[in-house]
Design a protein around this ligand. Structure first.
Ligand code: NAG
Length: 211
C-alpha cells in the first residue's frame, strides 16, 4: 500500500500542475483575443475654398489674432468640415469615406487646432462604420497624435490613436492630411448588432458583454 501511494500522489500533483498550465495557456490568448486590432491609413482632403470646397468657417474668432499664423487667423476660429477621404494621397484616388466635424483654433500663441471629427467609412472592410477622432493638432509638428475615442458599427467602442500628418499641400486652399489609425475594438464588436444579451454561445461574447 505505502509503496503505491507515493507514485499516486505524484501523479495527482503532476495532473494538477498540468491542469494549471493548461488553464493559464488558455486564458492568456483569450485575454488578448478580446480586442481586435484595427489598422487604417487614409487621406483627408481639407479644401477651404474654390471648386470642391468641403470646409467652411462657421465662427470667426473675435481675436486676438494668433501671432504664429498669417494675419486673419484669430483665436476661436471654428471650421466645419465634410472632407473627402481617399485611400491614397491624391484626390483622384478611390474615395473611402468622409471626415465630418470641426476644428477650432484653440491656442492664443501657437498654430494649434482642437479637432473633433467622425470618419464615416463608405468602402472597404468597415463600410458603414464610423470612427471618432479627437485631439490636439499642433501644425508646427511633423507628426501629431490624436485619440481614437470611439466608433460605431464594426468599430463600436474603438480606442487607440491616430498619427496625423500633413501629407501634401496641393494649394493654398487644399491640404492633404494623412490619418494613420492604430486602434482596437472589443472582439464582440464584430458580432451582429443586437447580440448584447450574451446568449450567443461563444465565451468571448459573454465575457465582453459583462464588462
Ligand atoms: C457600402 O455600403 C453601402 C450601404 O450598405 C452599399 O450601398 C455600398 O455598395 C457599399 N460599398 C462597398 C464598396 O462595399
Amino acid at each position: 500500500m505505502g509503496s503505491s501511494s507515493a507514485p499516486e500522489h505524484r501523479r495527482q500533483l503532476v495532473a494538477a500542475v498540468a491542469l494549471i498550465l493548461a488553464v493559464a495557456a488558455a486564458v492568456a490568448p483569450l485575454a488578448e483575443a478580446r480586442r481586435k486590432t484595427v489598422r487604417l491609413r487614409v487621406y483627408m482632403h481639407d479644401i477651404v475654398g474654390g471648386a470642391g470646397q468641403t470646409s467652411v468657417v462657421v465662427v470667426k474668432g473675435p481675436g486676438p489674432a494668433n501671432p504664429s499664423m498669417s494675419p486673419g487667423n484669430n483665436f476661436g476660429d471654428t471650421v466645419i468640415i465634410d472632407d473627402v477621404v481617399t485611400e491614397g494621397p491624391s484626390l483622384a484616388s478611390r474615395e473611402v469615406g468622409r471626415a465630418q466635424g470641426t476644428y477650432m483654433l484653440a491656442s492664443m500663441a501657437r498654430p494649434v487646432f482642437i479637432v473633433d471629427i467622425t470618419l464615416v467609412l463608405t468602402d472597404g472592410p468597415y463600410n458603414g462604420s464610423t470612427i471618432v477622432v479627437a485631439g490636439r493638432d499642433d501644425t508646427s509638428e511633423e507628426i501629431r497624435e490624436l485619440a481614437v475615442v470611439g466608433g460605431s458599427g464594426m468599430l463600436r467602442r474603438a480606442s487607440g490613436h491616430v498619427l496625423w500628418r500633413t501629407a501634401k499641400v496641393e494649394s493654398k486652399l487644399h491640404a492633404v492630411l494623412e490619418l494613420d489609425v492604430h486602434a482596437s475594438v472589443p472582439a464582440a464588436a464584430v458580432a451582429p448588432s443586437g447580440s448584447g444579451s450574451g446568449s450567443h454561445g461563444h465565451p468571448l461574447l459573454v465575457t465582453s458583454a459583462s464588462e
